[in-house]
Ligand binder design. Structure first.
Ligand code: HEM
Length: 176
């Protein structure tokens, strides 16, 4: 996608004034607003995430495959999955979920979904430490993808910052 572009000016991926979809950053909860503020998650980050969406979608199979390969290192997790679901089913869920992190929308539905995910993980007995390990693996996959495809240093930095912010708020909400 991006390697083909040669000249310096042409490499800029994020022309922030040209957004394609709707950007929503909304919370009715004051504490959540302060959480978002403390990690400096702003509309511009959501715009960057939205711009990254096609790239993430193109590579989603690889990312999800790596996610489950990594979980196999911990047999207690494989057991939780086999007892409660299946790799096939979870792969589909995770694919949709990762893509949704890059839509540029944080609204009530976003918060409701995270509280449901928290309940599901609590119910299956997933410990926070393993959840965080899984997140780290996901972050590393995304960093590798951006490193391989985004040539412009400024864009790369924006991509990394926006991605760590969205993963961070996700963890705050699910582990709360
Ligand atoms: C369910 C995401 C880590 C096992 C789910 C759901 C989502 C999700 C979106 C669906 C919840 C719903 O039904 O509404 C994530 C994310 C993770 C993560 C983003 C970390 C990056 C893990 C880990 C395990 C796991 C490490 C390992 C055991 C499960 C299981 C379910 C589930 C067994 C129930 C699935 C079902 O009902 O079929 N997860 N998860 N998750 N997750 Fe996770």
């Amino acid at each position: 996608l991006l390697k083909k572009r040669k000249s310096k000016e042409d490499t800029a991926l994020f022309r922030l004034e040209e957004n394609e979809g709707e950007i929503v950053l909304w919370s009715e909860n004051r504490e959540v607003s302060r959480q978002l503020s403390m990690i400096d998650l702003q509309e511009e980050d959501l715009l960057v995430l939205q711009k990254l969406r096609p790239l993430v979608k193109e590579n989603i199979e690889k990312i999800v495959a790596q996610f489950y390969k990594n979980l196999e290192k911990e047999s207690s997790l494989t057991k939780i999955i086999n007892d409660n679901s299946s790799i096939d089913r979870l792969s589909q869920t995770l694919t949709i979920h990762i893509e949704e992190m890059f839509t540029g929308v944080i609204d009530q539905a976003f918060f409701d979904k995270r509280s449901k995910i928290a309940q599901v993980h609590l119910h299956i007995g997933l410990q926070p430490k393993w959840y965080m390990c899984a997140f780290q693996d996901l972050l590393l996959s995304l960093i590798s993808l951006f490193d391989e495809t985004i040539e412009n240093r400024e864009d790369y930095n924006k991509a990394i910052k926006a991605t760590t912010k969205i993963l961070n708020i996700e963890q705050q909400l699910v582990l709360d």
